[in-house]
Write a protein that binds this ligand. Structure first.
Ligand SMILES: [Zn+2]
Length: 180
């Protein structure tokens, strides 16, 4: 992480839920910082791709991630209400991706992950995939709020995940079944 050089002095505390005085120069503190009651910045930026830039979002990207976390909190709460599992977590496979990380993982050139507007949500199988998607559609209807993408994805190895994106504006409510 010593190679990180960008915007080290940028104060992000006003974008975060805790009273942290985190700056981009203090990554370990940022990782533990909550964007919402159940989701941390670290979860939203984790990646297995090791890039020199450290995969650090800007304050604009963090604002986008916070918007997504609002939806994820509603998904978590509604999932637990409907399926009675009490406090089951929503597991994020991938959220924000820097250009370098996105390139390394083979992401789309204009991916919503690049701006912190998308997450890939882990699911145990097709059933949970469809249920998560249904809940997110219900949340959209109930709150009269648009999302940008709701993509039910399946890899060649048969792994499912849900790609969900919300942008600050211009949301398209695009729903697709995608076989990669
Ligand atoms: Zn995705």
């Amino acid at each position: 992480m010593a190679q990180v050089e960008i915007n080290k002095q940028a104060r992000l505390s006003e974008h975060l839920t805790s009273s942290s005085v985190a700056t981009l120069g203090n990554l370990s503190e940022l990782n533990c910082t909550r964007l919402s009651p159940h989701f941390t910045l670290g979860e939203m930026c984790k990646t297995s791709a090791r890039t020199p830039d450290g995969n650090i979002p800007s304050h604009v990207h963090i604002e986008n991630l916070k918007r997504l976390c609002g939806w994820l909190e509603m998904l978590r709460s509604e999932w637990n209400k409907r399926y009675g599992e009490g406090d089951a977590p929503i597991i994020i496979n991938s959220g924000y991706r820097s250009q370098a990380v996105n390139k390394m993982v083979g992401g789309a050139l204009n991916s919503n992950h690049l701006t912190g507007c998308a997450v890939d949500i882990h699911v145990t199988g097709m059933e949970q995939l469809v249920r998560y998607a249904t809940i997110l559609l219900d949340i959209s209807d109930l709150n009269n709020e648009d999302f940008d993408e709701l993509l039910l994805e399946r890899s060649p190895r048969g792994t499912y995940w849900l790609h969900f994106a919300v942008k600050p504006s211009g949301n398209r409510c695009k729903i697709r079944l995608i076989q990669t």
